[in-house]
Design a protein around this ligand. Structure first.
Ligand SMILES: [Zn+2]
Ligand SMILES: [Zn+2]
Length: 438
């Protein structure tokens, strides 16, 4: 969205009276000064957290670091929210709305292959297996940037017309037995007392260093995992007629499911994806097994398409199995919702993002088929989730190792942009920047 189009949209937006607030330019000068001052700390927090990553649901050390920092700033701090979640409430010196800034805190069961002085050597147990642990999704950057924003905003507390809630969320990547941190925090009231009016969050990833990308409306996919169990009847591999072969049925189901998106779903508006990522059955060349288990994921950008796809996958699976005299049971989990950026809020904040990104720029992103449990917050209140490019200058961000790779690398040069974006979004939201005044 370019400025002219934005202006047209804002002009058409309803006129809202904003509360009297300090001059935005004075706040922005103070903000710049405070960001510069806090950056050495942000870098050292990030390195410390990077070196000590923790798996989803085990973020004890990270939560302690965050809580101690928030308390040192005089921010009301609650721990143990939705697991190891930490919530800070900073009440400004003037009345006004409530804005939330969110960072996730968990690492992944990945063994780091990046040669850094603060490389992770952490190990843990994931689903019974001994694993290396790494901040392979870059959440170490998110935590450090939000700790920095908290320090910046706490220093300007007296001038803030409203309240900032800092949400440090555990288990974004999902808990081993299902579920994830955002819905758990919501269940424990993180969006209430005080009630949050809008929420902002960011994610680092491949992209030109310091560039911000955002997308009004659906931005990241809904993600639903599913399990299919095909039951046939065991027999000798030499006499298949004596049994029902679940491997052949399973193969037909894989192929059948692949025709749904290409032949049955209207993908002219938004795409959809169905992937089978695991197919397990049998132990030996000449024994037809009793059953086959398949695991997959569904990615969609629209609730009606998602629900339609659920019905079609179930029908295809069950009827292909029935056609062979086998049975198939499919279980689809509740997964992540679509990360849907509130369009009016996004357009209102484009100027803020552009100023935060400076010469690296802020651009509209294409749809992204990854998913985020930030979507759970956006299901309740208006929210904006955006991306921050962390690919070092001189490297092609299109081909560098992506998030979740053991070789994922985030250049610290983007950290000031993230701190500036988060702090500015909070200030601009509270002070009514982007809202037309009478
Ligand atoms: Zn991730
Ligand atoms: Zn992530």
């Amino acid at each position: 969205m370019r400025p002219l189009a934005l202006f047209a949209l804002l002009s058409a937006a309803p006129v809202i009276l904003a509360a009297q607030s300090p001059s935005p330019s004075r706040l922005s000068a103070e903000l710049d000064r405070r960001i510069t001052a806090v950056m050495p700390k942000v870098v050292s927090w990030r390195r410390d957290i990077h070196q000590h990553p923790e798996l989803s649901g085990e973020e004890v050390r990270t939560a302690k670091l965050v809580a101690e920092h928030l308390r040192s700033l005089g921010i009301e701090t609650t721990t143990g929210v939705g697991g190891h979640g930490v919530v800070g409430v900073l009440r400004g010196g003037r009345p006004g709305p409530v804005v939330a800034l969110r960072s996730d805190m968990d690492g992944l069961p990945v063994e780091e292959q990046v040669d850094l002085p603060f490389k992770s050597k952490a190990r843990g147990v994931y689903r019974g297996a001994s694993v290396g642990i790494m901040h392979a999704c870059g959440h170490d950057n998110h935590v450090a940037m939000l700790m920095g924003a908290a320090e910046v905003l706490a220093g300007m507390k007296g001038e803030l017309p409203g309240t900032v809630k800092f949400i440090f969320q555990p288990a974004e990547e999902g808990l081993p037995n299902g579920g994830s941190g955002a819905p758990l925090m919501i269940k424990q009231g993180v969006l209430e007392s005080p009630k949050v009016d809008a929420i902002f969050g960011l994610h680092v990833g491949p992209g030109p260093l310091g560039q911000i990308t955002y997308r009004p409306g659906p931005a990241m996919a809904a993600s639903n995992s599913f399990t299919i169990v095909v039951r046939g009847r065991q027999s000798h591999g030499a006499t298949p007629w004596a049994g029902i072969d679940p491997i052949v049925v399973g193969a037909q189901i894989v192929t059948g499911i692949q025709t749904l998106v290409s032949r049955q779903i209207d993908i002219s508006a938004v795409p959809a994806i169905v992937t089978i990522g695991a197919f397990q059955g049998g132990v030996r060349n000449n024994i037809i097994p009793d059953s086959v288990v398949m695991l997959g994921t569904i990615r969609t950008f629209d609730k009606a398409i998602r629900d339609d796809l659920f019905r079609r996958i179930t029908r295809t699976t069950e009827m292909i199995a029935a056609s062979a005299g086998a049975t198939a049971r499919i279980v689809i989990d509740s997964g992540n919702l679509v990360t849907r950026n509130d369009s009016a809020l996004t357009l209102r904040m484009v100027g803020t993002l552009e100023r935060a990104a400076g010469s690296a720029g802020a651009e509209v992103a294409p749809l992204w088929t990854a998913s985020e449990d930030f979507s759970a917050f956006q299901d309740r209140i208006p929210g904006l989730f955006f991306n921050l490019g962390v690919t070092p200058k001189g490297q092609d961000w299109r081909v560098v190792p992506s998030n979740h790779s053991p070789s994922f690398f985030a250049d610290e040069g983007a950290l000031p942009t993230g701190v500036r974006a988060l702090s500015s979004l909070a200030i601009d939201f509270l002070t009514g920047v982007g809202i037309r005044r009478q």
